[in-house]
Design a protein around this ligand. Structure first.
Ligand code: FAD
Length: 439
């Protein structure tokens, strides 16, 4: 299906899933109007709950649903909608607090009805969920710890909110409405079971093992995986997969990495991994034969999604070269002769990841490489400093408006490059970027 149409269909499906249970509330007997603010507060409460339920599906990594947007965009939307849903849940509470405080009763959980305390606790947990996600990096909260607690708190908070709605019984005082909303909530909770149990079980049936780890320049490694007893994964060049090493796929200790190997060579999968933290630093010590599991492929950052482009421009910074290597290697294996330009920024020449390979591939591709070095060696006559709009303008070909652009590197570089390319007249539909820091 056309990607735009597909994106619109999924957005439409989202709106239907969020609003359908709200419309169902209006069927059959409804309570008498309680005044504008009261009714508005009730609508906000139901809308917040419906939106929070759908939050579970947004991170369930359903490939067909995430493909048209890219999974990074889906995570951003998840984050944005969480803030929005929390805001309307808080507004639901505040309006009642101001308009009809008696309806809230006492806040003392020893005296208050359990379903009212459940509602209050749900709001507190939702605040904790959103705040801990937004502040995770600032407070250095370990990613895996955050992920486990995030899933747990989200499930408890959602269960409490559902209890509050069903317990209050307002608008859902018929059996079928109670059953509908309870079923609706249980469906989202069952989805967690799918993500945490069914998906890892499917991964268990398609294991890989480590064939080797190669040390690369600049604190980076190439991890080579071979499929065990199956044909491996079909993917588009530039896509990524969630990697679990050693532990069982049920352990939830997975990390996303772009596939750096060629999509034209079945079986073996290679990742270019930069050592930045506990997991990535441990990769060099992984023994050959170690079991590995992959969940993927994911992502929309691929030349294969724009096959009719007359040529491609790649803009890489540091380890952002990994998915771009995957695309270059694939284009070389396919004998593609379309014009390609690679802007590749690094701090210094000695630490430039895969330094030799793009040059070697240039013989098999119609590829021009512009290295940009922050701290160039003596006698360097190439570009120096950080990437700039002037550099892009200097090296882009005359038909630049027709080409498709793939940008991957540090967030600041990626955002600047997107802005500069737009300023150079490239349509946003032709600029594709991958961020390694979206969670
Ligand atoms: C789509 C995508 C593709 C990526 N491709 C590559 C690649 O090809 N090569 C490469 O070197 N790196 C890549 N990364 C980044 C890589 O996933 C992180 O560097 C790695 O997970 C860090 O783990 P750590 O324990 O070593 O470091 P930590 O110090 O624990 O984490 C550093 C940061 O990495 C992120 N991170 C940590 N653990 C996870 C996790 N389990 N899931 C998601 N993010 C996490 C967090 O934002 C964290 O703040 C990619 C990231 C994404 C999102």
């Amino acid at each position: 299906m056309n990607p735009l149409l597909s994106a619109v269909s999924w957005l439409g499906a989202y709106v239907v899933v969020v609003t359908a249970p709200l419309f169902a509330l209006l069927l059959g007997p409804v309570p008498p109007p309680g005044g504008f603010w009261w009714d508005f507060a009730m609508a906000l409460g139901f809308a917040a709950l419906a939106m929070m339920g759908v939050q579970f599906i947004l991170t369930a990594r359903f490939r067909r649903a995430t493909m048209p947007f890219g999974i990074d965009i889906v995570y951003y939307v998840h984050r944005f909608l969480a803030i929005f849903a929390l805001a309307i849940a808080a507004l639901h509470y505040l309006i009642i607090r101001i308009d009809n405080p008696a309806a809230l009763g006492t806040a003392n959980p020893l005296d208050a009805p359990a379903h009212m305390s459940a509602g209050r606790a749900a709001i507190v947990l939702f605040v904790l969920l959103v705040a801990s996600s937004l502040a995770r990096r600032r407070f250095g909260i370990d990613y895996n710890l955050w992920r486990w607690t995030h899933a747990l708190i989200a499930t408890i908070a959602f269960g409490l909110a559902l209890w509050h709605v069903v317990g209050t019984g307002y608008y859902i005082d018929t059996d079928w409405k109670q059953a509908l909303w309870t079923g609706y909530g249980l469906f989202w909770i069952a989805l967690i079971g799918h993500v945490r149990v069914v998906r890892p079980w499917l991964m268990l049936r398609k294991p890989y093992h480590v064939a080797g780890v190669r040390r690369e320049r600049g604190d980076a490694y190439t991890l080579v995986l071979e499929p065990e007893g199956h044909g491996g994964m079909r993917f588009q060049p530039g896509q990524f997969a969630w990697l679990t090493l050693g532990a069982s796929p049920f352990a939830l200790k997975e990390h996303p990495f772009s596939i750096a190997s060629s999509a034209a060579r079945a079986g073996t999968i290679e990742f270019g991994i930069k050592a930045v933290g506990d997991f990535t630093r441990s990769v060099i010590n992984v023994p050959p034969g170690q079991k590995a599991f992959l969940d993927g492929p994911y992502g929309a950052f691929s030349t294969d999604r724009h096959p009719r482009a007359p040529g491609y421009v790649f803009v890489a910074g540091g380890v952002g070269i990994a998915p771009i290597m995957g695309m270059l290697r694939t284009l070389a294996d396919r004998g593609d002769r379309r014009p390609l330009v690679l802007f590749y920024g690094n701090r210094c020449w000695e630490r430039t990841l895969y330094r030799e390979e793009p040059d070697a591939l240039a013989g098999r591709l119609n590829l021009r490489i512009i290295h940009i070095l922050g701290e160039p060696p003596e006698g360097w006559d190439g570009e120096r400093g950080l990437l700039t709009q002037a550099m892009l303008e200097r090296h882009l070909p005359a038909d630049r408006a027709q080409l498709h652009y793939f940008v991957c590197g540090p967030t600041a570089m990626t955002q600047s490059a997107e802005k500069w390319l737009a300023a150079l007249g490239i349509r946003s539909a032709q600029i594709h970027s991958e961020l390694f820091e979206w969670v």
